[in-house]
Design a protein around this ligand. Structure first.
Ligand code: NAP
Length: 274
């Protein structure tokens, strides 16, 4: 049966917002969650202006009471849940020595624990409709580059969770898909504090469409853009076959980055003492 009611987390910007607009355009009733209520209100206006149906829930995906409120609101308004898109996520840039424990906890609670907890809460409804779970991981889940080394493990976890869920829930008729995007121009780069976020990444519009395509035709894994499949697969094979070579290359790269930072700091104009 065609999915009807779709929950999307992190719908106030980026992939989640695009997926919400696309799902509504294709006739799904959308339940959109994020913390920024004013952004959700703007999303609702955009969907309703084109005749779509949306229910917005302002809340934090890491809070148990907000997760419960989200599921209850969807069931109360629409009576069913056909798809859950676990998209909300936060970046975490910085080396092991720089990242704060508070940021690390917030990342794991958002990118990993919330995916597990919200899926568990939605499961009874998803089992009734033989629905779909779409998780948004990252191509970053295949490599660990120094300087972002604490973000990647959260996306490795999303891949592992998706594998386990897919195998476990197949018996109940619930299908699980994983989307792994590469670098796209959303608010993610700004959230990560990158120096020039506007110049980062690809146009994210196709990712919104791909999320809705996965709701309609769930598959184990979709990497985006599609051509990244080849370098990602070759890279993963290289890590497995020649880890020493990969480590050596990464160490050279890290040293070069450190040298560039030191040179930039030395070249920066010195402030006169007052
Ligand atoms: N952009 C990329 O290059 C890229 C690449 C690979 C994977 N991804 C993944 O794609 C997903 C979407 O990211 P994006 O690129 O679209 O970034 P984005 O534009 O920053 O969107 C992130 C969304 O997550 C929501 N969010 C964050 N923390 C939340 C929380 N505690 N509770 C509820 N909502 C929360 C944000 O809404 P509020 O702030 O309003 O709550 C926002 O709507 C993430 O899982 C990210 O890891 C992104």
């Amino acid at each position: 049966m065609r999915a009807e009611v779709v929950i999307i987390t992190g719908a106030s910007s980026g992939f989640g917002r695009l997926a919400a607009l696309e799902a509504a355009r294709r006739g799904y009733r959308v339940v959109a969650l994020a913390r920024r209520a004013e952004r959700l209100a703007a999303l609702a206006r955009a969907i309703e202006a084109t005749g779509g149906t949306v229910l917005t829930v302002a809340g934090d995906v890491t809070r148990a009471e907000d997760q419960e409120r989200l599921i209850a609101a969807a069931l109360e308004r629409f009576g069913r849940i056909d798809a859950l898109v676990n998209n909300a996520g936060v970046p975490l840039a910085g080396g092991f020595a720089q990242v704060s424990v508070a940021d690390l906890r917030r990342q794991w609670e958002t990118n990993v624990l919330a995916v597990i907890e919200l899926t568990r809460r939605a499961l009874p409804a998803l089992m009734r409709t033989r629905g779909v779970v779409v998780n948004v991981g990252s191509l970053a889940g295949h490599f660990s580059f120094p300087g972002w080394g604490l973000y990647y493990p959260s996306k490795v976890a999303v891949r592992s969770i998706s594998d386990a869920l897919r195998r476990e829930l197949a018996a109940y008729g619930v299908r699980v898909a994983l989307l792994e995007p590469g670098p796209y121009r959303t608010e993610f780069a700004q959230q990560a504090g990158l120096p020039d976020p506007g110049s980062f990444g690809l146009d994210p519009t196709p990712v919104g469409r791909a999320i809705v395509d996965l709701i309609e035709h769930p598959r184990r894994l979709r990497m985006m853009p599609g051509w990244m499949w080849l370098p990602t697969t070759i890279g993963a094979a290289l890590v497995a076959a020649a880890p020493v070579v990969v480590d050596w290359l990464m160490v050279q790269w890290t040293r070069r980055q450190q040298r560039l930072r030191t040179t930039a700091a030395a070249d920066a104009p010195q402030q006169d003492a007052p």
